[in-house]
Design a protein around this ligand. Structure first.
Ligand SMILES: Nc1ncnc2c1ncn2[C@@H]1O[C@H](COP(=O)(O)OP(=O)(O)OP(=O)(O)O)[C@@H](O)[C@H]1O
Length: 221
């Protein structure tokens, strides 16, 4: 999955203006930056839910993308039904069961999904996307509503998915510590553009641009 160029404008505002990004299989890439810098717009372009004004996302033959949007959605029916929607044949199979257990949702399997809390809905949505077989995942702040134990469980599942399926995973996150724990590669955005990117451990320890240096300094990282 890659972008040679993608530009998205809303009126006179350019929300996204990026070029030359690749998301190789077998790697987790963290997308970071302040509110409004274009992270979700990039995620939506990659997921195919926003049509750019110029350019776009390119998939090679056989590549497929699973998407977890920033606002997790509950479909009608039980939590188990919702997770099964992501699985092959829409069956609540062994894989769904494993995911539900790993995310601490087993006791809610038969609950109506519409009644779940924000954090429970987010965990259900993560289980739903991880139940599928995709070559790439685009996850927009998948752990923003999660407590620390659930966040760590979710990170383990993302890493396992990347390794077992040789998947390329794009994770939008506001957490520098999450990016350090989870990501192989990091992209830092500002004003719709990518201002710095590279191996996550390197750029988050030794930023090369004033924008990323300031971002890390403000966060006290
Ligand atoms: N549908 C829209 N109509 C108008 N402006 C939009 C729309 N979607 C996004 N924008 C604008 O584009 C810019 C980038 O938004 P985007 O949601 O991609 O930012 P973000 O980095 O994901 O922010 P956050 O961290 O708050 O989620 C913002 O200025 C936003 O107001």
């Amino acid at each position: 999955m890659r972008i040679e160029k993608a530009v998205k404008r809303y009126g006179t505002k350019t929300a996204l203006n990026v070029e030359g990004i690749e998301f190789p299989r077998g790697q987790i890439c963290a997308v970071m930056g302040v509110n409004g810098c274009g992270k979700t717009t990039l995620a939506r372009v990659l997921a195919g839910t926003t049509r750019p004004d110029e350019g776009g996302m390119i998939l090679d033959a056989g590549e497929t993308v699973g998407y977890m949007p920033q606002r997790s959605y509950a479909f009608y029916g039980t939590l188990a039904h919702n997770v099964a929607l992501g699985a092959k044949g829409r069956r609540f199979d062994e894989r769904c069961q494993e995911l539900v257990e790993a995310l601490g949702l087993s006791h809610l399997e038969r609950e109506s999904a519409k009644k779940l809390s924000g954090g429970e809905t987010a965990r259900m949505a993560l289980a739903r996307v991880l139940a599928g077989t995709w070559t790439h995942l685009v996850l927009d702040e998948p752990t923003a509503a999660l407590d620390i134990p659930s966040t760590l469980a979710a990170e383990r599942l993302m890493r396992d998915y990347c390794t077992e399926k040789n998947a390329g995973i794009v994770v939008v996150t506001h957490s520098v510590s999450q990016a350090r724990r989870l990501a192989d590669h990091a992209i830092f955005m500002d004003g719709g553009r990518i201002v710095e990117e590279g191996p996550a451990a390197a750029i988050l320890s030794h930023p090369q641009t004033p924008e990323l240096s300031e971002f890390l300094a403000i966060l006290g990282s």
